[in-house]
Design a protein around this ligand. Structure first.
Ligand code: LLP
Length: 433
């Protein structure tokens, strides 16, 4: 059961924010949640709700932890931002500034990454169903690496590269037959997967690429799943790759889990990188270049969502309904994902609070953002905050029920700036012809 995001600490009316909130967050003298030095009540008044509030320094700190942590352990290495987790140009720009490389999974993400300032040579194009247009766009942009996922993909890219009379560096995605403990919908390492080549098929695929005159196979890629809270499956995957021969590059994917709940303690970035590099040293031939591809663990905890309570209904349960829901956070609906929730405008309120469900505004009973959370006397007009919404929140936002998608606001040192504006009703009609 989700406990209150604010945990009693010391004196009875003092609450301390847990590690699910962005680094640098605090409760200010008015009892309001403060993100990046900005008072959440003022943010709500200025930008409206729902809104994604990003602590810029949190994003930078996590990017540095990855980059410095990997470089310190293995000189020839790179950290790729798995940009599907938070694809908006401001996030691409910030992570490009921090020196990361980038993973894109479609032509659209490629366009965003280029607009965000990533050097095309440091972009990796993924996808299990890339179209010929996407491959052409990638090669025209000068994308450094394409990650090949199927024999059709290999043949198609060979044709596209031949037509340009160019040679494309590629990696081959392998599905090592290792599944971590996560929701089935986000597990990708199992042998029967729509992604990559199984271990049984990988050798033939390696030979097929080798026979292509316009492709140069530099290495292997694997990504076994997402929101993994144990390190052992990652290290077993590295050992599986090692059985396929020696390569210049190994991309070990993403997947490190994060804390959504106060009670969760995922491995640190440092422990994760340590385990990967130890496994690579122990099993991979030679001294290859090593890549990691984090999405969620770079961006999830940088962000909170602010909502305004619209109604409180005391039925068998207490239903606190807010002005967003499955249009800005699909994860509870898709994966049964759980979040913390608190009242951002009364973070210091004492008492255990009332057991509530925080419900969205959509026309489905399943549109519940957080079940069984204690909130202190919730009332219409209160601000609900759900932390850890930076990954796959904005990314999977949608317009169900004609709800405009929320803005994204970057906060740092007390300054708030809008980086994605709220959608308008006109936007909802902008594609209608
Ligand atoms: N690399 C590849 C090839 C991937 O497919 C993914 C995620 C990543 C890296 C980054 O994984 P991460 O570090 O974020 O776990 N919508 C789902 C997550 C889908 C993940 C898809 N692939 C969710 O909200 O949980």
């Amino acid at each position: 059961m989700a406990t209150s995001a604010a945990r009693v600490h010391g004196e009875a009316d003092r609450y301390q924010l847990s590690h699910v909130y962005p680094l640098g967050s605090r409760i200010n003298e008015r009892g309001h949640l403060e993100i990046g030095g900005c008072d959440s009540v003022e943010l709500a008044a200025q930008f409206g709700t729902p809104a994604f509030i990003v602590a810029e320094e949190d994003l930078r700190a996590r990017a540095r932890a990855y980059r410095e942590g990997l470089a310190a352990r293995h000189h020839d290495s790179d950290v790729l931002f798995a940009s599907k987790a938070f694809p908006c140009t401001a996030v691409y720009r910030l992570l490009a500034q921090e020196g990361l490389a980038c993973d894109v999974a479609s032509g659209g993400e490629l366009a965003l990454a280029l607009a965000g300032g990533f050097d095309p040579a440091r972009i990796y194009l993924h996808g299990n169903a890339k179209s010929e247009d996407e491959l052409r766009e990638a090669l025209a942009a000068g994308v450094g690496h394409v990650v090949l996922d199927s024999t059709d993909d290999i043949r198609r890219l060979e044709r596209v590269a031949a037509a340009r009379a160019s040679t494309q560096e590629v990696l081959l995605r392998v599905t090592p037959g290792i599944a971590g403990d996560t929701h089935a919908a986000i597990s990708t390492g199992q042998a029967d997967s729509k992604f990559g080549f199984s271990m049984a098929q990988a050798r033939a695929a390696i030979d097929l690429v080798a026979a292509c005159g316009h492709l140069r196979l530099v290495g292997l890629h694997c990504h076994i799943g997402s929101q993994l809270l144990e390190l052992e499956p990652f290290t077993r995957a590295v050992a599986a790759l090692a059985t396929l021969g020696a390569f210049e590059v190994y991309n070990l994917g993403g997947g490190l889990g994060v804390a959504y709940l106060d009670s969760q303690q995922p491995p640190s970035v440092s422990a994760y990188l340590g385990a990967l590099i130890d496994a690579a040293r122990a099993t991979l031939p030679g001294t290859p270049r090593l890549l990691v591809e984090p999405g969620r663990s770079l961006v999830a905890n940088s962000t909170v969502t602010l909502y305004t309570v619209q109604t409180v209904k005391r039925n068998i349960s207490t239903w606190v309904a807010v002005d967003g829901g499955m249009s800005d956070n699909l994860r509870p609906m898709l994966y049964g994902a759980r979040y913390e929730a608190a009242l951002a405008n009364r973070m210091q309120r004492t008492g255990a609070g009332e057991l509530c469900h925080v419900a969205g505004k959509h026309c489905e009973s399943g549109d519940v953002i957080v079940r069984d959370v204690r909130l202190p006397d919730p009332r219409p007009g209160d601000l609900v905050v759900t932390p850890a919404t930076g990954a796959y929140g904005h990314a999977m936002a949608n317009n169900y029920n004609g709800v405009p998608r929320p803005p994204v606001i970057f906060c740092a040192r007390g300054d708030a700036r809008l980086v994605v504006r709220r959608e308008t009703y006109a936007d909802l009609m902008s594609r209608d012809v």
